[in-house]
Design a protein around this ligand. Structure first.
Ligand code: UD1
Ligand code: MG
Length: 452
């Protein structure tokens, strides 16, 4: 690509009524990240001079999601042409190329966008380049009408199309690249005399042709161009996106034992030689280092898992957690905001919240940190090479020194010194012969009542 400057306008003002949601459509998540963020990241990959996002009135949450990029408010949703016009004030004095993207088409890839920019700067100096697609069901998409030379003559919206035009299978994906120098004039030429009474951005093509400029089409992969209008489409797009993430994870050196059952977030980072078992879910903010094994049915979110650790099966790692190198987290173990040291083990039925566990410590089955007093959270500090006995309860704030033991069933309410044993237990009593006397009495009662 040349060094000509590039700007991007992302349209996100639509209400998304078909989503039937109080959340703006573009904030619905894909791989845990708002749809519009995916589009912003694709735009960022081209290093544009600026990105302007068009939002609707009151969409402060969309503005926050796309910050630090500039947002403009389109006061009334009068169509995609009007939306782009409302962003032009932010581009005054800009003379490069302008790429228009839709905030509800999150599968767009940097490669497809780059191909559009290359075409805009290429042969024939087209005033407008439109991204085309050939979906299996062209449905209500706008149709691309080509001239005899294969260049783009006009775009007709489905509602305004003749039966012959509706039979065209090449559709408008929505994304367009403009020559910024000619763009303002093209937008000014767009009217609203159509089925919807809206200013269609798509009319920029016929306006350009009337001015004697050429327009071109770049055909993109169908997956890249899919847009979300309903939750059914969102689920479909999530499936395509998950397949992309699974594929990338494997290409980058992770083994997925049953790829279609592993769910990633957009930002999941896996090292090399990581093995992920069946039915593992990654929420946002997970980094897994080399050589880690994550066994089936584990759920991870906001966590770093260091080299060669073993997680699960059935582990739950919650935000703020750091699992040390070679550590073991076993079944039905939940960690929240916990620093779990290298080589430490918590293999069964345990909750560690707001805790620090030193390297080499062993946390017995059924251990619970009582981190919440009903009002505030408190930390539990466990030193190195500590042995926490089975079914210990640690009432935070509390600390257990290096090398200390807690006896099984102990409720730890005071700090335990290094190398000490903490034990709190009701003394055990033994009643010889009690069980056989008890059984005999119960059987006699049963016989008296005539029960079988
Ligand atoms: C649009 C295209 C259609 C194309 C289809 C691809 C037009 C006139 N039609 O139709 O040719 O096949 O996309 O998906 O452009 N938006 C605003 N302000 C508005 C209206 C829309 O910001 O006033 C935004 C929406 O938030 C959305 C995008 O523009 O991100 C597209 O709007 P939408 O109403 O979904 O257009 P389509 O009817 O799908
Ligand atoms: Mg749409």
């Amino acid at each position: 690509m040349t060094d000509r400057p590039l700007a991007c306008i992302i349209l996100a003002a639509g209400k998304g009524t078909r989503m039937k949601s109080s959340l703006p459509k573009v904030l619905h998540p894909l791989g845990g990240l708002p749809m519009v963020k995916h589009v912003v990241m694709a735009a960022e990959s081209l290093s544009p001079q600026r990105i302007v996002v068009v939002v609707g009135p009151g969409m402060d949450n969309v503005a926050a999601a796309v910050a630090p990029h500039v947002t403009v408010v389109q006061e009334r949703q009068q169509g995609t042409g009007d939306a782009v016009k409302s962003a032009m004030g932010e581009l005054s004095g800009f003379t490069g190329d302008v790429l228009v993207l839709y905030g509800d088409s999150p599968l767009i890839t940097p490669a497809t966008l780059a191909a559009m920019v290359v075409a805009r700067r290429g042969a024939g100096d087209p005033a407008v380049v439109v991204l085309g697609m050939r979906p299996a069901d062209p449905g209500a998409y706008g149709r691309l009408v080509l001239g005899a030379d294969g260049s783009l003559e006009k775009i007709v919206e489905y509602l305004d199309a003749t039966p012959e035009e509706r039979a065209i299978t090449l559709c408008n994906a929505g994304f367009m690249a403009f020559d910024g120098a000619r763009m303002g004039d093209l937008l000014a030429g767009i009217g609203n005399d159509n089925a919807k009474g809206e200013y269609y951005l798509t009319d920029a093509v016929s306006v350009a042709r009337a001015r004697g400029f050429t327009c071109a089409v770049v055909e993109g992969p169908n997956d890249d161009t899919a847009g979300v209008n309903s939750r059914v489409e969102l689920a479909w797009i999530e499936k395509i996106f998950q397949d992309r993430l699974r594929h990338a994870a494997m290409i980058n050196g992770a083994t997925l034992l049953d790829p279609r059952t592993v769910y990633f977030a957009a930002d999941t980072k896996l090292g090399r030689d990581v093995t992920v078992g069946q039915n593992v879910v990654f929420g946002p903010g997970v980094t897994v280092e080399d050589g880690v094994e994550i066994k089936p049915f584990s759920h991870l979110e906001g966590v770093v898992v260091r080299k060669n650790a073993i997680i699960g099966p059935y582990a739950r790692l919650r935000p703020g957690t750091d699992v040390g190198e070679g550590a073991h987290i076993g079944n039905f173990v939940e960690l929240k905001n916990t620093h779990f040291g290298a080589g430490a083990k918590a293999n069964h039925l345990t909750y560690l919240g707001d805790a620090d566990v030193g390297g080499g410590s062993n946390i017995g089955a059924g251990t619970i940190t009582c981190n919440y007093d009903g009002v505030l959270k408190h930390r539990t500090r466990i030193g190195e090479k500590v042995f926490i006995g089975t079914h210990s309860t640690l009432v935070a704030p509390v600390a257990v020194g290096d090398g200390a033991y807690t006896a099984a069933g102990t409720v730890v309410t005071r700090d335990v010194g290094a190398d000490a044993l903490a034990i709190s237990r009701a003394p055990q009593e033994e009643k010889p012969g009690w069980a056989s006397r008890y059984r005999a009495a119960k059987l006699a009662l049963k016989a008296k009542l005539g029960k079988k």
